[in-house]
Write a protein that binds this ligand. Structure first.
Ligand SMILES: *Cc1c(COP(=O)(O)O)cnc(C)c1O
Length: 362
């Protein structure tokens, strides 16, 4: 079976010597390797500050705190995402107000964001679902007009671009996840990419109990609630190895995705995603809209190809459904969309097989 997602662990002869080095160095907590990993990730993104963490969820939580979101506030978000996006909003005691999606992309609809802003709105959460960039210029415009910070959940979108600028550069806060099945893994981990140095310095304190690592324990005086969210040197050493190959790994996702964009045109019963002009998807998963989805998934499975919706829309979880919103575009998108494999494990032979199988009909 060609899987939809796959864990990408570096080769043994490269990974194990580096792991041994750090494991027996006498220091495995957050230290010099974490520092190097953060600076290397900043190099990859190109701008801003990289705060490394033990998960993408921790990155979302800290982004919400730095945005000033508190109990009783509202955050506008999307229901088409993995659960961490919206569970994190509940972690700060805020309520989730779902905007509808654009039916062509499945991503949050700027007009619907604007229609849902009220005096309790404190932040906007946007997600590059499956690696498809959100409508960056429109969301930036809304953010400026209403003076609302945007948190960009780019857990699916490492290496995506808008107007040739890498994802991670468009909003005050962007989160990446290095969980097992994301484009890059550190086993578990995440980055909060922060535009301002002030927020980065504050984020460092929130990451570790509110304690300033630059001062001794005795000189510290905790001023606010912190957490234990730091990355350690062991995970960071895996991240450093991953980063060496990341551009070439990510380019396979994009090359496969663009191949599908070309080859799947004009097939009856199948509708391609229309990307926002200027955007380059990261293609973590390849997303399509199909008629007779159950039959499509079954036909693909019979031919050894995994296809699936993968995620349950988050407003179908009682706990994540604070305001029962009417979301007609999401209803439509959700009834048709499906993902097919697109990552580094999909070679020329596999992708030809995928195209042939689809062209035979379902
Ligand atoms: C994976 C994921 C996260 C959270 O990442 P973890 O590292 O698992 O905490 C957040 N948002 C989305 C959309 C994800 O897919």
């Amino acid at each position: 079976m060609i899987p939809l997602v796959k864990t990408n662990i570096p080769p043994r002869d490269i990974l194990l010597p580096e792991l041994e080095k750090v494991l027996y160095s006498g220091y495995i907590a957050q230290g010099e390797v974490v520092e190097r990993f953060e600076r290397a990730f900043e190099g990859f993104i190109g701008n801003g500050y990289s705060l490394s963490l033990n998960s993408g969820t921790a990155a979302l939580h800290i982004a919400l705190i730095l945005s000033g979101v508190q109990k009783g506030d509202e955050v506008i978000s999307t229901a088409l995402t993995a659960e961490p996006t919206n569970v994190a909003i509940k972690m700060v005691g805020a309520k989730i107000r779902y905007a509808d999606v654009d039916s062509e992309t499945g991503n949050i609809c700027p007009k619907s964001i604007e229609a849902n802003i009220n005096e309790l709105t404190k932040a906007i959460m946007v997600v590059d679902y499956a690696g498809i960039p959100v409508n960056v210029p429109e969301i930036q415009r809304i953010s400026q007009k209403y003076k609302l910070p945007v948190i960009h959940d780019a857990a699916h979108a490492l290496g995506g671009k808008f107007n040739e600028v890498k994802t991670g550069n468009h909003f005050p806060f962007t989160i990446f996840s290095f969980q097992a099945i994301k484009q890059m893994t550190t086993i578990d981990g995440g980055i909060l990419q922060i535009a301002s140095n002030y927020d980065y310095e504050k984020g460092k304190l929130i990451r570790w109990f509110g304690i300033d690592k630059k001062q001794t324990r005795l000189d510290n005086n905790i001023q606010f609630q912190g957490y234990k969210y730091h990355m350690n040197d062991v995970n960071a050493s895996i991240g450093l190895i991953q980063l060496k190959e990341i551009e070439s790994t990510l380019s396979i996702f994009v090359e496969n995705g663009q191949f599908f964009d070309r080859e799947l045109q004009g097939i009856p019963g199948l509708e391609l995603i229309k990307y926002y002009p200027g955007s380059t998807p990261a293609y973590w998963l390849y997303t399509l809209k199909v008629e007779r989805r159950e039959r499509f998934i079954k036909k693909m499975a019979e031919n050894g190809i995994m296809a699936s919706e993968l995620h349950k829309r988050n407003d179908w979880h009682d706990y994540l459904n604070d305001f029962k919103q009417i979301l007609p575009n999401l209803d439509d998108f959700y009834s048709k969309f499906v993902h097919i494999p697109c990552g580094w494990w999909v070679g020329k032979e596999e992708r030809e097989k995928i195209i042939c199988t689809i062209k035979k009909g379902w």
